[in-house]
Design a protein around this ligand. Structure first.
Ligand code: VGL
Ligand code: ZN
Length: 197
């Protein structure tokens, strides 16, 4: 099997001090760096939103951070402005090794969010990652990064549905945990056939 490490969104805005800080988000960096040598390929994702993105609560007058809204593609959590293209908040954590094989950016279309590294939140617009993995013969994935209950969760479930052998290393992830979203994510990942290690 050809085994890739998929490092999800280890960016300044998801670390303490960032715009959408995940508790303990920076604690996983050294561990992820140390894991990189154990894989045939290392792929990093980067949440990469234009200013005024439709997932930002500031784009919806009268809405607050973490409120829900209805988008044409379904329900969407509204987030504080984060990971705006080219800003320091969108940059990788300064201690993260970024000498991997591929950096894939997502969430760059204003009208649609993208939690998963494979499909945008309409669950049908592909990011291209599947084709990259298949043409390199990669069939096994280990996921780490931020946040367990959003981008790691949706990436892992999509990867399993696409037929990849998927493991999430939970000790190398941290969660936002909105209203039980971590427990729900764990259940959904297990149901999809993802191994939680
Ligand atoms: C993420 C919320 C909004 C994540 C990205 O990386 O989990 N969460 N954008
Ligand atoms: Zn985002």
């Amino acid at each position: 099997m050809t085994h890739a490490l998929l490092v999800i969104d280890v960016q300044n805005d998801f670390c303490p001090g960032g715009a959408l800080a995940v508790p303990g988000g920076d604690e996983i960096v050294a561990h992820i760096n140390a894991m990189m040598g154990d894989f045939d390929a290392v792929i990093l994702t980067q949440d990469w939103h234009p200013a005024g993105h439709s997932s930002f609560s500031t784009s919806h007058p009268g809405k607050n951070h973490y409120d829900m809204t209805e988008m044409p593609y379904g329900p969407q959590v509204l987030w504080p402005d984060h990971c705006v293209q080219g800003t320091q908040g969108a940059a990788f954590h300064p201690e993260l090794r970024t000498d991997g094989d591929l950096i894939i950016r997502k969430g760059f279309r204003s009208a649609i969010d993208s939690y998963s590294a494979f499909f945008e939140n309409d669950q049908s617009t592909p990011t291209g990652l599947e084709g990259y993995l298949r043409t390199r013969g990669i069939d096994k994935l280990t996921l780490v990064g931020l946040a367990t209950d959003f981008c790691v969760h949706f990436s892992a479930v999509d990867a399993a549905r696409l037929g990849f052998d998927v493991t999430v290393r939970m000790e190398a992830c941290r969660a936002i945990d909105l209203d039980g979203s971590l427990a729900a994510a764990e259940t959904a990942m297990q149901k999809a056939g993802v191994t939680l290690a």
